[in-house]
Design a protein around this ligand. Structure first.
Ligand SMILES: Nc1c(N[C@@H]2O[C@H](COP(=O)(O)O)[C@@H](O)[C@H]2O)[nH]c(=O)[nH]c1=O
Length: 144
C-alpha cells in the first residue's frame, strides 16, 4: 500500500476533479503491474496497472490488487474498475479508503465481494487520507 501511495502522489495535480489514486498488483509476492490515475477520460489507476502488467507480459489472475481508493463501479468518463478487476480474476483487493462519490461509496467493495473477491479495507488509511487531503477537502468533510 505504501508503494501505491507513492505512485498516487505522482499523479497529484494531473487528475482534474478525480482522486490521484495509486495501484499495485502482486502475484506470488512479486509486483507484476502498477500505475496511477491518468488525466480525465484516460485510464484510472487500476486500469493503468492492468495495462502495465499486460505490457510486461505478466499474468494477474489470482493476484492481490492494492488501491489507495475503492475501485469505481459505474461508467463515468471511463469504464468501471470493479468490473475490470472481476473480469481479470483478481483474488483479493486491499484498499486504503472508500470513494465518497455517491455512485460508489461502498458499492465498489460490495460488487467485488459479491463476485467472491476477498476485500480488506482501511489499510494505511491515515497515510492515504493524508496524501489525498487536497481531494478529500474538495469532496467534503467526513468522506472516505
Ligand atoms: N481516479 C480514480 C477513481 N476516481 C473515481 O471514479 C469516479 C469518476 O470516474 P470517471 O468519470 O470515469 O473518471 C469518481 O467516483 C471518482 O471518485 N476511481 C478509481 O477506481 N480509480 C482511480 O484512479
Amino acid at each position: 500500500m505504501r508503494l501505491a501511495i507513492e505512485l498516487g502522489e505522482q499523479a497529484k495535480g494531473h487528475t482534474g476533479d478525480n482522486p490521484y489514486v495509486g495501484c499495485v498488483i502482486v502475484v506470488d509476492g512479486r509486483v507484476v503491474g502498477s500505475g496511477y490515475t491518468q488525466p480525465p477520460y484516460q485510464p484510472h489507476a487500476e486500469a493503468s496497472a492492468f495495462l502495465d502488467a499486460e505490457q510486461r507480459g505478466h499474468e494477474v489472475r489470482g493476484g492481490t490488487l492494492y488501491s489507495t481508493v475503492e475501485p469505481c463501479c459505474f461508467f463515468g468518463r471511463t469504464p468501471p474498475c470493479a468490473q475490470a478487476i472481476i473480469d481479470r480474476g483478481i483474488a483479493r483487493v486491499v484498499i486504503g479508503i472508500r470513494d465518497p462519490h455517491p455512485r460508489v461509496n461502498g458499492q465498489g467493495v460490495a460488487q467485488l465481494r459479491a463476485a467472491g473477491i476477498e476485500v480488506t479495507e482501511s489499510v494505511c488509511h491515515e497515510e492515504v487520507r493524508s496524501y489525498l487531503a487536497g481531494w478529500l477537502s474538495r469532496v467534503g468533510p467526513g468522506h472516505g
